[in-house]
Design a protein around this ligand. Structure first.
Ligand code: GRF
Length: 224
């Protein structure tokens, strides 16, 4: 039997890379339809680089600080690395750097991000404290396609967690992060399986989506 081609991923990080690890762990399953071919960081000391290297994956870092030519030139260098890796999909996983419009255009429809809030609420940084300050009773995370406007773009999946009276920003972040680790590999699987489409209004449909696939993440959904 011929070997099925897996979707090749470039994962961009800035920090510890726990989402990267969740994706790497998913990729370890022989039937998972994607593989990581590049880990990239704008922070030279990002812990996630070692996670990639330990998995035998090329891991590169270019510091954005004092980079000649500014954001456009920096992003062109990042794009060149991604192209060289042969990646089909660019996965932003805690990449704490704004990407330029030309980067977004270059990777249009092949660039996804995870954000630790239920978008369109709470864009930007400091979202866990912002959710607590707003008094919301549920919080969560969102995987979306990237468009030039920050933390916007077609929503592919979300997971919900309760906000508890005893929460501080750290506790809420941990509870949300656990769900991030589930939905990001799930979304990548859907994309690799060719099941994700976006209509003209930016509404995402996952073909043959069974509610059950998300029911362990979102207990509010009835399996069916
Ligand atoms: C995650 O909460 C992600 O949603 C946000 O940055 C954090 C990265 O965590 N964009 P990690 O580096 O994957 O552990």
């Amino acid at each position: 039997m011929g070997k099925v081609r897996k979707l090749k991923l470039a994962v961009l990080i800035s920090g510890g890379g726990s989402n990267l690890q969740a994706i790497l762990d998913a990729c370890n399953a022989p039937d998972y339809p994607a593989e990581v071919v590049l880990v990239f960081s704008n922070q030279l000391d990002a812990g996630g680089l070692d996670r990639g290297r330990r998995a035998g994956i090329r891991a590169e870092a270019i510091s954005h600080k004092r980079y000649e030519g500014g954001r456009e030139a920096y992003d062109a260098a990042v794009s060149a690395l991604i192209e060289e890796s042969g990646a089909d999909l660019v996965v932003l996983a805690g990449y704490l750097r704004l990407v330029s419009d030309s980067f977004v255009t270059r990777w249009k429809d092949r660039l996804i991000n995870i954000h630790p809030s239920l978008l369109p609420s709470f864009k930007g940084l400091g979202v866990h404290q912002a959710a607590l300050d707003a008094g919301v009773k549920f919080a969560g995370c969102t995987v979306h396609y990237v468009v030039p406007e920050v933390d916007s773009g077609p929503i592919i999946a979300q997971a919900v967690v309760p906000v508890l009276p005893t929460d501080d920003a750290g506790k809420l972040a941990q509870r949300i992060l656990k769900q991030e680790h589930k939905i990001y590999p799930q979304v990548i699987r859907w994309i690799a399986d060719g099941r994700v489409s976006v209509d003209a209004k930016g509404i995402v449909t996952v073909a043959n989506a069974k509610t059950l696939e998300m029911a362990d993440i979102n207990p509010v959904l009835e399996p069916g």
